[in-house]
Design a protein around this ligand. Sequence first.
Ligand SMILES: Nc1ncnc2c1ncn2[C@@H]1O[C@H](COP(=O)(O)OP(=O)(O)OP(=O)(O)O)[C@@H](O)[C@H]1O
Ligand SMILES: Nc1nc2c(ncn2[C@@H]2O[C@H](COP(=O)(O)O)[C@@H](O)[C@H]2O)c(=O)[nH]1
Length: 196
Amino acid sequence: MYQLQDYDRIFVFTGPYGAGRKTIADMVGETLGLQRVIPYTTRPRRSAEVDGQDYHFISESEFCRMHENNEFIETLNLDGVQHGIRERDIEQYLQQNGSIYLILNHRGAELLKNVYGSNLIRICIHTDEDTIRTRQRKRGYAEDVIARHLLDYPKAMAYRENCEHSFANTVPSHTAFAVAETLEQYLNRNLVPDIQ
Ligand SMILES: Nc1ncnc2c1ncn2[C@@H]1O[C@H](COP(=O)(O)OP(=O)(O)OP(=O)(O)O)[C@@H](O)[C@H]1O
Ligand SMILES: Nc1nc2c(ncn2[C@@H]2O[C@H](COP(=O)(O)O)[C@@H](O)[C@H]2O)c(=O)[nH]1
């Protein structure tokens, strides 16, 4: 089993569905050179998604097999679709990169916080319900799907109090800049070259 190092950093982007967590997380991840832990899912791939990049798209039976093998540290059933994070991926990515990020709902964030303690930093990305509704409609989501996602809104917002950091997602570039500036402080990087 991987021995967690003091300098390992696990950034978890959480908050309400549709608030822009993935958008901001990926912008920050690219800016800071963080590696994203890709979840496994049984839902069909959307046209713009790439297997192994957005998700590992797997069958129900493969998901069950991995679940029975205790490969997942955490799973989520959303709208009848199974999502899961493989523990070995977290360990491998930490070993390779030292700093990783995930996008999880509040339950997943809490569960992983209990496992990884102070190595894990939770960032809540949020906005108001009307803005989420508008963005999801623009994305082509059906009204019943939007309504189901918003059922979790109060709990996701309440969890903001537990997070180490919280940001309102207004303009993506502004939000990503503010988040990156904050997270940079957690990274143990010697950016100033030694002058002999
Ligand atoms: N600040 C913003 N202003 C306008 N649109 C945004 C902003 N941030 C994200 N979006 C858009 O909102 C939609 C949801 O964003 P995103 O997928 O990042 O959210 P999420 O919280 O990860 O939700 P989900 O789990 O539903 O994907 C996307 O279409 C994205 O382009
Ligand atoms: N707690 C977990 N949350 C997960 C996991 N994989 C994905 N997710 C979250 O669910 C939504 C799914 O939305 P979709 O539009 O991509 O279907 C996603 O935004 C993540 O926040 C997981 O393994 N555990």
